[in-house]
Design a protein around this ligand. Structure first.
Ligand code: AMP
Ligand code: ZN
Length: 470
């Protein structure tokens, strides 16, 4: 299995630190608003990568944090006249709802900064003792010149950064590139006691601390959006490697941006759509599928037309699976005389499954992996009918579902649950087939019409009855 490592700028073979185990840390959102489609991308792609590792037999320890201390959260709290926790708790809850609806598996641990202050202070103390950090009037800075590898992830050089920096020189800092580990309390802001007076942590230290606490000093994979490479991940490496005297993460993986008109979708630019808003127009599973249709490192241009096209594509897979389920529920045939033909079809499916795995083994190419699923859909659609045996149909269903489960597509979304009960539809279709067999066309038509009233359209095809929503 190969993955692109930002640290070495090449695709590398994945070799875990511990056999059959993956320790993975993903930077989570700052919780001051609903997550937008851009924020949903790391949720979905790294969840898919996790699922693929699990499919390959690894046990994955997956940590994703919530940044619940930040200027933006404090500003929002002040504007609403509530505490920081009210805001962060509200948007953590909302982010969890979106993640669940997008079929993102729960992380093994989902720590919050406000609950890790003790450990953060400990790490800062160690960095000061080791002369990697210094305090000036209640502010603690990391001394970037104390870490000889500073810049190794982003490829930036310290001297170039110093010269290139346009930020006004902070008098308290020794070097322009030094960054804050601890900042002193400001009026009206939440603060914690520390050896450097009341204050709160800077942003970068939280991830070094949480990765160490929940996964250990050395981890396999550290992930996040590509905007985090510098300075956030560069600074995490400096903190962790100076503190622990060990390489921090073996592989660094970064997702590309979701853009709108070729500009990064972001809250500050105002060019964003929340997951919640888009989910009013299309089901959540379409959002997930839309994101996985692109390679995780490539940019994706967001548009309503592109999402609509994804919906149509996903429907093709859904209809194939629905039809299989329907045939399995209605067939009475246990065995067929077509064993030889069935074997050929299953052989071909194995071939596409192998291709799917090869695409995923090649830096998680979900885009090409989806193409393999479509090959399987085509093969199934042209080779099943009411004459197929239950066993054959069930094998086809198991094969296609095992690949869909790797991508986390094809699950029942709550929106669908609210509107319609799939089992009920299936039962009515079987009843209608029986009515037709008994030449009770009146009853068959009544069933078709009653489903139509609920927005369910039935089509009689050579492969059996297929239903879809209007
Ligand atoms: P934030 O809440 O801004 O810290 O972002 C949370 C996660 O979403 C980080 O991993 C970011 O890199 C990622 N992210 C933010 N905007 C985008 C975007 N437009 N496209 C892809 N990833 C993004
Ligand atoms: Zn982080």
């Amino acid at each position: 299995m190969k993955l692109y490592n930002t640290l070495t700028r090449q695709k590398e073979e994945f070799i875990p630190l511990e056999e059959n185990k993956v320790k993975m840390y993903v930077c989570g959102p700052t919780v001051y608003d609903y997550i937008h489609i851009g924020n949903a991308r790391p949720y979905i792609v790294f969840d898919t990568i996790r699922r693929y590792f699990e499919y390959k037999g690894y046990s994955v320890d997956y940590v994703q944090n919530f940044t619940d201390i930040d200027d933006k959260i404090i500003n929002k709290a002040n504007s609403e006249g509530v505490s920081m926790e009210v805001i962060s708790n509200r948007y953590i809850d909302e982010a969890l709802k979106d993640a669940k609806a997008l079929n993102v598996k729960e992380p093994t641990y989902a720590p919050r900064v406000t609950q890790e202050i003790k450990e953060i202070i400990e790490m800062i103390k160690t960095l000061i003792e080791q002369k990697n950090a210094y305090e000036v009037d209640g502010t603690v800075f990391f001394d970037t010149t104390s870490f000889k590898d500073y810049g190794k992830l982003s490829g930036k050089k310290l001297d170039e950064l110093e010269i290139g920096s346009r930020i006004k020189l902070d008098e308290a800092k020794k070097n322009e590139t030094d960054f804050v580990l601890w900042k002193p309390k400001k009026e009206g802001e939440p603060a914690w006691q520390s050896p450097w007076g009341e204050g709160r942590p800077g942003w970068h230290i939280e991830c070094s601390v949480m990765a160490k606490k929940y996964l250990g000093e050395e981890i396999d994979i550290h992930a996040g959006g590509e905007d985090l490479i510098f300075p956030h991940h560069e600074n995490e490496i400096a903190q962790s490697e100076c503190c622990n005297h060990k390489p921090f993460a073996k592989y660094w993986i970064h997702n590309g941006f979701i853009n709108i008109d070729n500009e990064k979708m972001s809250k500050s630019k105002g060019n964003f759509f929340t997951v919640r808003d888009i989910a009013k127009e299309v089901p959540y599973d379409v959002i997930r599928f839309f994101i996985l249709c692109g390679h995780y490192r490539a940019p994706i241009n967001f548009s309503r037309e592109a999402v609509e096209a994804s919906k149509k594509s996903l429907d093709r897979i859904k209809n194939c699976v629905k039809n299989l389920n329907h045939l399995i529920n209605s067939t009475l045939i246990e065995k067929t005389t077509d064993e030889e033909k069935n074997c050929d079809i299953l052989e071909n499916i194995k071939k596409y499954k192998h291709n799917f795995e090869q695409e995923m083994d090649n830096d998680f190419n979900t885009s090409n992996a989806i193409t393999c699923i479509f090959e399987i859909v085509r093969l199934i659609n042209s080779n099943v009918s009411e004459k197929s045996s239950k066993k054959f149909l069930q094998t086809l269903l198991d094969e296609i579902m095992s690949l869909c489960n790797v991508l986390g597509i094809l699950y029942e979304t709550e929106q669908e649950n609210n509107n319609i009960d799939e089992k009920e539809i299936e039962e009515l279709i079987v009843k209608r087939q029986e009515a037709k067999k008994n030449k009770d066309y009146k009853l068959a038509d009544e069933i078709r019409d009653s489903l139509k009233e609920k927005g369910i359209i039935l089509r009689d095809t050579s492969a059996g009855v297929v239903w879809s929503k209007e």
